[in-house]
Design a protein around this ligand. Structure first.
Ligand code: SF4
Ligand code: SF4
Length: 156
């Protein structure tokens, strides 16, 4: 069983200033990086609204909803206007969710366990941890991918 990064999105959302954000390559060509927060938010927090006000509010047509209701953002099209964040009736998205490097936030690309440890070490307490465990819905811990676990109140 390999090590995984466990991110407590519930606690992380309460933090005033994030010390860093973790990013992952999200396509086969390795051209597009997205933050774990963004991927986890759309995967677990988003209520997958039928009429998707976020998609409708986007002036750049950067948001798409797939057949399962999963929202994704085209990083190269998004102009970071935050209209979607304002339009979401459930406050799903954090205000700085689409921050870029110029925001002053430190970005860590998660490639291996060393990156995981570096990222986890920047957070206080148990907000981000490197763990030896699997998904555990009873404790609201869900698998985002092979190496990332997210603790969140998952929208069913
Ligand atoms: S921040 Fe603006 S451009 Fe980017 S996805 Fe949201 S509404 Fe669209
Ligand atoms: S409006 Fe909010 S909850 Fe609804 S689909 Fe968009 S991000 Fe998800």
């Amino acid at each position: 069983m390999g090590k995984k990064l466990l991110i407590d999105l519930l606690s992380l959302r309460e933090m005033k200033n994030l010390p860093a954000d973790a990013v992952m390559k999200t396509d086969k060509q390795n051209l597009s990086f997205k933050t774990i927060r963004e991927l986890a938010t759309f995967q677990f927090t988003c209520r997958r609204c039928e009429n998707a006000p976020c998609v409708q509010a986007c002036p750049a047509e950067a948001l798409e909803k797939d057949e399962n209701g999963l929202i994704s953002r085209a990083v190269n099209i998004c102009i970071r206007c935050k209209s979607c964040i304002v339009a979401c009736p459930f406050g799903t998205m954090m205000d700085d969710l689409f921050a870029v490097k110029t925001s002053g936030l430190k970005f860590i690309s998660l490639e291996d366990e060393k990156d995981m440890n570096e990222f986890a070490g920047l957070f206080p307490g148990d907000v981000v941890r490197v763990v030896d465990m699997e998904e555990n819905p009873a404790e609201q811990i869900y698998q985002l991918n092979d190496t990332i676990l997210i603790k969140e109140l998952k929208w069913q």
